[in-house]
Design a protein around this ligand. Structure first.
Ligand SMILES: NC(=O)c1ccc[n+]([C@@H]2O[C@H](COP(=O)([O-])OP(=O)(O)OC[C@H]3O[C@@H](n4cnc5c(N)ncnc54)[C@H](OP(=O)(O)O)[C@@H]3O)[C@@H](O)[C@H]2O)c1
Length: 280
C-alpha cells in the first residue's frame, strides 16, 4: 500500500478525550498537528506525552471567545499557509447559563460559533491543500432538540441538554451551509461518534457524573474505536461536499435536521451576530 502523504492537521479540543487521542494518532502517522485547548496544563501534558518535537504545536486559547478564535485563525494562517484538515471537537457542557465576556451563551459560543469561525477562517489555508477536509465531531443524526430562533442565547429557558442539543443542531446546519455555499474547497464531514468513554464530566453535579460514569462502563465505546473513522475521513476525504455519518451509518441528507433553508438562515443570523459583535 502506498504511504499516506504527511498532512498538517488542526484539532480544536485536542488536549483530552477524542481530540487528544486523534492528535496522538495523527502524530504517530507522521502528520504535523496544531492542537488547540484552553488548559495550559493539559496542553503541556500532551506535548510531553507526544514527544513529537516541532511536528506538534499547542495553541492555548479559550475558544468560547470570538476574539480568541480570530487570533487563533490569524496565527495558524500566518505560520501554516497550507492546512490539510481541520478536526473540531471542543465542547464543554455547562450546568448553568454562563455568558462569555462578549455576551454570548457559553455553549453556543464554544460548541457552535467557534466551529463556524475556525472552518470559515481557515478556508484560505484549507483551499491551498491538495485534498482538504473539515470534520466536525458532534451529534449528527440526533433529532431531539432544535434551534431556538427567537432566543438563540437561551436567555429564557436555559438547560444543559437544551443548550447542547441546540448547538449540536447548529453544527449540523453549519456543515450543510458550508457545503451549500461552497464556502471553500474542503469537503465537510459531520461525524457522530456515539456514546464514548471520554468527556470531561467535572462541570456536572456529582449525581449526573456518577450516572454517566456507570452507564459509560457498560454502554460507551472505547475512544480508539470512536475515532477510527476519523482517520478514514482524513486519509481519504469523501468526494461529496457534505457527508454525515452517525456511528457507522450514513445519515440521510433529507433528514429535517439537515434542512437547507434552516442552514442558510443560521448562516445569515450568525454573520449578523458577528457583524454586531465586531462593530460594538
Ligand atoms: N463522549 C461522548 O460520548 C460523545 C458523544 C457524542 C458526541 N461527542 C462530542 O465529541 C466531542 C469530543 O468529546 P470528548 O468526549 O472527547 O470531550 P472531552 O474529553 O471533554 O474534550 C473536550 C475538549 O474540548 C476542549 N475545550 C473545552 N472548553 C474549551 C475552551 N473554552 N476552549 C478551547 N478548548 C476547550 C478541552 O480542552 P481544555 O480542557 O484544554 O480546554 C478538551 O480538549 C464533543 O464535541 C462532544 O460533544 C461526544
Amino acid at each position: 500500500m502506498a504511504a499516506q502523504p504527511r498532512r498538517t492537521v488542526v484539532i480544536s479540543g485536542a488536549t483530552s478525550g477524542m481530540g487528544r487521542a486523534t492528535a496522538l494518532a495523527r502524530l504517530d502517522r507522521g502528520d504535523t498537528v496544531i492542537a488547540i485547548g484552553s488548559s495550559a496544563a493539559r496542553g503541556r501534558s500532551l506535548v510531553e506525552q507526544a514527544a513529537a518535537g516541532d511536528r506538534l504545536c499547542f495553541v492555548h486559547a479559550d475558544l468560547s471567545s470570538v476574539a480568541e478564535n480570530e487570533r487563533v485563525v490569524a496565527e495558524i494562517g500566518r505560520d501554516n499557509p497550507v492546512v490539510d484538515a481541520l478536526v473540531l471537537f471542543a465542547n464543554r457542557p455547562s450546568p448553568r447559563r454562563v455568558e462569555t465576556a462578549e455576551g454570548l451563551e457559553h455553549t453556543f459560543a464554544l460548541y457552535y460559533l467557534s466551529r463556524y469561525l475556525l472552518a470559515r477562517g481557515l478556508t484560505p489555508a484549507l483551499d491551498a491543500a491538495a485534498d482538504p477536509v473539515v470534520v466536525s465531531v458532534a451529534g449528527v443524526g440526533t433529532t431531539a432538540g432544535s434551534i431556538h430562533w427567537d432566543d438563540l442565547q437561551l436567555t429564557r429557558r436555559y438547560g444543559t441538554v437544551r443548550a447542547q442539543l441546540q448547538a449540536g443542531r447548529a453544527n449540523d446546519l453549519l456543515g450543510v451551509a458550508f457545503a451549500e455555499q461552497h464556502a471553500g474547497r474542503a469537503r465537510f464531514v459531520l461525524y457522530h461518534p456515539g456514546f464514548t468513554r471520554s468527556g470531561d464530566l467535572s462541570p456536572l453535579n456529582p449525581l449526573a457524573r456518577a450516572v454517566i460514569r456507570s452507564l459509560a462502563r457498560v454502554a460507551a465505546r472505547p475512544v480508539a474505536e470512536a475515532i477510527e473513522p476519523i482517520h478514514g475521513f482524513l486519509d481519504h476525504p469523501p468526494r461529496e461536499a457534505l457527508t454525515a455519518v452517525d456511528r457507522g451509518t450514513l445519515v440521510d441528507p433529507s433528514l429535517p435536521t439537515l434542512n437547507r433553508k434552516d442552514a442558510l438562515r443560521l448562516a445569515r443570523v450568525t454573520e449578523d451576530l458577528l457583524r454586531t459583535l465586531r462593530a460594538g
